[in-house]
Design a protein around this ligand. Structure first.
Ligand code: GYE
Length: 345
């Protein structure tokens, strides 16, 4: 379906990546957890095959969320490495988890007259004013990783990132299989940053699937996507509930914090209390391979090359798809042990 004449251009590369990723996600969505995205196994954990264009005449401002998790660290490294390869001048800022810092950065990018702004919104809402300022200044905006929620049209050119609802659904499907014979399952949920797209969507996806009344979410609280947050919230959960069967953590880091709390309380994580998480970063995969975590849904942080390819297309005045979904899969304990040696993050 891709226009043959455009094949060598950056836009074709982006479209191809987008189409492949979308097709991958669509195909995988029908596959059961554990085999989800089975055909994409080779691609999992590695950056998609993208040719990074020469952007040496441009400046890009990138406003990052912070450094809250292993996922974020890998994402930052991917973006910085791809920018270097593209030869682009990258103005990188770290908002330390605060929306106001991100808004401030974006305003500075506009003042500095950058050619393109990319950012991963800390939370979904509250972006209209600053993005309208960018639009008025004629600076294209690309969302990476997280989406925004706005009534306003045309605030950004494209959104590159995962399907978080799908991730929550895959976690839920594994829970249904794992507890197929159980009479009653007490679940505690460690939510991501309140108001962020991944926290909202993963919670929704999980609930789309785990509908049977045998399953009860007895407690749900944010651990802010950090290991420390996951540990503290899990300690509190363990103090007020004596019969927890399962932890659903919105990311690996909170799951790793929960493991510490579970062990300190005298239980065996992965056995006495099962754990399902999202991300599949290195430390999470190790805990999965050694049995402390039971199942992980992947969320690929290696968005740098695709972001540079998209920037190339946008700056060349070419059309890009409004939504580009990244290819992902799921991991069982055995699959984690197999995948770990080749894992890039
Ligand atoms: O899952 C979490 C990080 O937005 C997909 O943010 C990202 C999430 C990721 O802190 O670990």
């Amino acid at each position: 379906m891709i226009n043959q004449k455009l094949k060598a251009s950056a836009v074709a590369l982006v479209l191809a990546a987008g189409a492949a990723a979308t097709a991958g996600a669509a195909a995988a969505s029908t596959a059961p957890p554990g085999t989800a995205g089975g055909d994409d196994t080779a691609a999992a954990g590695s950056a998609p095959e993208i040719v990074i264009p020469d952007l040496s005449e441009y400046t890009i401002g990138f406003a990052q969320v912070g450094a809250e998790s292993g996922w974020r660290t890998a994402n930052t490294q991917s973006i910085q490495a791809a920018a270097e390869e593209a030869g682009v001048e990258l103005i990188f800022t770290d908002a330390q988890g605060e929306q106001e810092n991100q808004v401030e950065s974006i305003r500075q990018f506009i003042e500095q007259g950058v050619d393109l702004i990319a950012f991963s919104p800390v939370v979904e809402t509250g972006w209209d004013a600053v993005l309208l300022e960018a639009r008025d200044a004629g600076i294209p905006v690309v969302l990476t990783d997280r989406a925004i929620d706005s009534e306003e049209e045309g605030l950004y050119v494209t959104f590159l990132g995962s399907d978080f609802v799908q991730e929550g659904e895959w976690a839920g499907e594994w829970v249904l299989e794992e507890f197929a014979d159980a009479d009653h399952v007490n679940i505690v949920e460690l939510q991501g940053t309140t108001g962020s797209a991944p926290a909202i969507d993963r919670a929704e996806g999980f609930r789309n699937v785990v509908t049977d009344e045998r399953f009860e979410i007895i407690a749900s609280q944010t651990g802010d996507f950090t290991r420390e947050g996951g540990k503290e919230v899990m300690e509190a959960f363990l103090q007020s509930n004596d019969d927890i069967d399962l932890v659903f953590a919105h990311n690996d880091d909170m799951g790793l914090g929960a493991i510490q709390a579970i062990e300190a309380a005298g239980f065996v994580p992965g056995e006495d209390i099962k754990i399902v998480t999202i991300d599949a970063v290195h430390d999470g995969m190790e805990a999965l391979a050694n049995g402390s975590i039971n199942f992980i849904v992947e969320c690929n942080p290696l968005l740098g090359p695709q972001l540079m390819a998209i920037a190339g297309s946008v700056l060349a005045g070419e059309e890009v798809p409004e939504r580009i979904v990244t290819i992902e899969r799921t991991f069982t304990q055995e699959e984690a042990a197999e995948a770990l040696p080749d894992r890039q993050y």
